[in-house]
Design a protein around this ligand. Structure first.
Ligand SMILES: CC(C)(COP(=O)(O)OP(=O)(O)OC[C@H]1O[C@@H](n2cnc3c(N)ncnc32)[C@H](O)[C@@H]1OP(=O)(O)O)[C@@H](O)C(=O)NCCC(=O)NCCS
Length: 158
């Protein structure tokens, strides 16, 4: 990954606002992540959990992020997003590779996540890293449009 255009590093305090802005921009797409607008950027920035958050950075700009939220039960829940213009260039893969290393170092035995069934890019990324489909939640997410979306639960034993 040394020729990758981005650097993957642990999130720092000054990343709070860029993290929240990226999250808000991806929420605007109303497609890949569960959160929909409006995203209160300042509030999200203030409460962002930096521990377990990795960022992909290009020229000091945060272009991707991944958060591992460890549970009390030994697994960690993942959420991630890459800025639209940076997708398909390996940032998601680089973030996930670092996240699995971080999770092992922190004693987690498993990573898990929920993904919408239409999210082909995310599902392909997770499968590439060995995540398997563990189940489906039916009409689980009510969208602002009123639609009810399923989610696929995926997991990776570390
Ligand atoms: C899902 C997401 C994080 C992937 O990040 P990315 O930087 O584009 O991922 P990568 O470039 O590392 O691609 C990883 C793999 O996904 C697959 N992939 C990428 N884009 C794809 C697409 N449009 N369709 C199908 N597969 C795709 C490829 O198999 C690729 O593997 P390869 O490197 O061996 O070719 C990104 O698309 C994103 O932020 N989407 C919006 C937010 C979101 O959906 N978050 C996840 C919620 S569960």
């Amino acid at each position: 990954m040394s020729d990758a255009p981005f650097e993957i590093r642990a999130a720092r305090d000054e990343d709070r606002r860029p993290l929240a802005l990226l999250f808000a921009a991806v929420a605007e797409e109303r497609d890949g992540i569960a959160t929909e607008p409006p995203v209160e950027v300042e509030a999200w920035a203030a409460r962002w959990r930096l521990e377990g958050t990795l960022v992909a950075v290009v020229d000091d700009e945060v272009v991707g992020s991944l958060n591992v939220e460890p549970s009390r039960f030994g697994y960690g829940e993942i959420g991630m997003a890459v800025a639209r213009e940076w997708r398909g260039r390996g940032a998601g893969s680089a973030l996930l590779a670092e996240a699995t290393a971080w999770a092992r170092e922190h004693g987690l035995h498993k990573l898990s996540l929920s993904v919408f069934p239409h999210n082909a890019a995310a599902i392909a990324l997770y499968r590439k890293f060995g995540f398997v489909e563990e189940g489906r939640r039916v009409k689980h997410y009510r969208r602002a449009s009123g639609e009810l979306w399923d989610s696929i639960e995926m997991g990776l034993l570390l």
